[in-house]
Ligand binder design. Sequence first.
Ligand code: TPP
Length: 370
Amino acid sequence: MIDTKAFYDCLLEKQMDFFTGVPDSLLANLCACIKEHTPVSRNIIAANEGNAVGIACGYHVATGRYGVVYMQNSGEGNAVNPLLSIADGEVYGIPMLLIIGWRGEPGTKDEPQHKKQGKVTLALLEAMGIPYEILEDDYLPQLERALQYMERESQPYALVVRKGTFSEYAVQKEKADYPLTREMALACLLDEIAPEDLIVSTTGKTSREIFEIREARGQSHAGDFLTVGGMGHTSSIALGMSLGTDRNVYCIDGDGSFIMHMGSFAINADKAGANFKYILNNNGAHESVGGQPTVGFRIDPAAVLKAVGFRKVYVAQTEDEIREAMRALADETLAALIINTRQGSRADLGRPTVSPGENKVAMMKKIGSR
Ligand SMILES: Cc1ncc(C[n+]2csc(CCOP(=O)(O)OP(=O)(O)O)c2C)c(N)n1
């Protein structure tokens, strides 16, 4: 196991003191350490992993130094375009150190959404021509090789991180004094959403909590599309679904997901009909993967939604406010609800026992599309 702080100090010694990325549960200890010791101007928690690569590109051009870009392997997909079309040696040739959390490593137990990604993680790097090493306890020579390569070839170099590589490092969670947790807000939302309506819920604990609330209530899961992977695409799935059915489609999103592909809201607002209902749980954090902050409370998501064309945006923080807003939402077109919540979730939170494939089939049967 690697001492997280010692690894961080080593990066700094080697002049790699500019960080950007999207947090990951597997890298939670490293992300927590970076957050605690790095000025906020030198640790840019990006909207998505492609943005992080772009930021590292600009930083290198301005300084000649190598940005450190951290991400879960599912973020490789978001990063492929800027890696190949900007950073690659056949284009600008911009070096950066990629630190990639390897969820779904073959031979390990992980959730369904990580299996395929885990299988192709190394092959994807190979296809992109990005040299990589699997991070080892004896990481010093690995960092030396990475530096030499970046210096010589002026291209990105990757370190792939296995589960359990970094020692425990607790994140300092930013406090927001809202009365409800996400799970409390979700329980209230599920009271207000009719059984014939459909839900598309976001990646992470939101979907896990919805699953558990249904289980506890003995309710069917068939109306809930639990977007287990593909973070940031929840509202796009909901839009597509709403265009194909007359049922109400409630998108239940998180602020990290909302910010990750915010551009899709311009399209959602332009194309959605009356049955598209958008709900944003804003806890100002990537709570599901360790609580690293998003800009959720530093921007005004209601103003963003209004600017792209949502006609009415309700903001709630109590159960009464949620119930009132949900009644209004049911009758309005292009209305959205933002619920401000505090961080926190149950330590014993389970995971869906229905596979994504089964979830899809059950939903299609409910809708009558299969
Ligand atoms: C492309 C991609 N990058 C990173 C992740 C890891 N990840 C899973 S959930 C999550 C945080 C989601 O934050 P938010 O939408 O705010 O919901 P919260 O967990 O705070 O409820 C992250 C970063 C992922 N699944 N996919």
